[in-house]
Design a protein around this ligand. Structure first.
Ligand SMILES: *[C@@H]1O[C@H](CO)[C@@H](O)[C@H](O)[C@H]1NC(C)=O
Ligand SMILES: *[C@@H]1O[C@H](CO)[C@@H](O)[C@H](O)[C@H]1NC(C)=O
Ligand SMILES: *[C@@H]1O[C@H](CO)[C@@H](O)[C@H](O)[C@H]1NC(C)=O
Length: 246
């Protein structure tokens, strides 16, 4: 029914327009002005020129040319149309909670803790704690050393937009590794019921590196083996061709 009256209005505007090529379009907008309030706007264009607009704050249609003003006056005198516009405004309002929910549901970060080469620092080691893909933006990434808050030698990036509503952040800790020391990255975020701790484990990381080196070595060996086989086969074939038959 809504769409029906929309097209009727466009058609009426088109018929009283004198331009050669006519292109009409309408725009319906449900615009949030605060957390509770909305403006419901309908706009009717001919050849990209705004002729008539309904604005729920004013509660009436406004025309922007002489002819359009006449049409708008007519529309404003139709109680049915005014009631239906009020209903649209209510519908627009009732969608606020859904829309807000869609945008404000917290998304838990995925956290990665790893060591990197320190860039010219007084400490030989550097850890980076990265939190990826979280929402909302507010987050706290801090460090613990044997259960105590670390206050120095920590730097952090801003919360960087991921481009898809989500954010990422990277916190760096410069440190001098000591045997038996426990270093932990602590993440606090709206998506979590409490702080979440990620413990640095140099053993698993060095094992992971060993596995990586081992895999690389195995791959390299395979490359040599395959190259060798191809070479061997080529040489064999070449030899066969050279041998005169008959
Ligand atoms: C609707 O009307 C209000 C009150 O005049 C105004 O502040 C607002 O900008 C209007 N909205 C649009 C989209 O024109
Ligand atoms: C629309 O409503 C506003 C505010 O009530 C009023 O000032 C304005 O003259 C009205 N416009 C028309 C075209 O009736
Ligand atoms: C460490 O910092 C956290 C959060 O900033 C705080 O709640 C806690 O009391 C601090 N602990 C110590 C031992 O200072």
């Amino acid at each position: 029914m809504r769409v029906h009256s929309f097209f009727l209005l466009l058609l009426r505007l088109l018929l009283c327009s004198r331009a050669d090529a006519l292109f009409g379009h309408g725009l319906v907008r449900c615009q949030l002005t605060s957390l509770e309030d909305v403006v419901y706007v309908e706009q009717y264009y001919i050849n990209k020129f705004l002729l008539i607009q309904y604005n729920s704050t004013l509660g009436n249609f406004t025309g922007y040319t002489k002819r359009a003003r006449d049409v708008a006056d007519g529309l404003n005198k139709s109680p049915d149309l005014m009631r239906s516009e009020k209903r649209n405004e209510e519908k627009c309002k009732s969608h606020i909670p859904f829309t807000l929910d869609l945008h404000s549901k917290p998304v838990e970060p995925s956290v990665r803790l790893r060591s990197v080469a320190p860039a010219g620092s007084k400490h030989p080691g550097m850890l980076v704690c990265s939190a990826y893909g979280f929402y909302p933006k507010q987050i706290r990434v801090t460090w613990l050393r044997n259960g105590n808050n670390v206050t120095s030698d920590v730097t952090s990036t801003e919360e960087l937009p991921n481009g898809n509503w989500l954010y990422q952040i990277h916190s760096y800790l410069e440190f001098t590794p000591r045997a038996g020391e426990k270093i932990t990255c602590r993440v606090e975020h709206a998506s979590l019921t409490g702080p979440k701790l990620y413990e640095w484990d140099p053993v698993t990381e060095s094992q992971r590196n060993k596995i990586a080196v081992g895999t690389a070595g195995l791959l390299l060996g395979l490359v040599f083996l395959v190259t060798g086989l191809i070479y061997y086969k080529k040489k064999n074939n070449a030899g066969r061709v050279l041998v005169p038959t008959g």
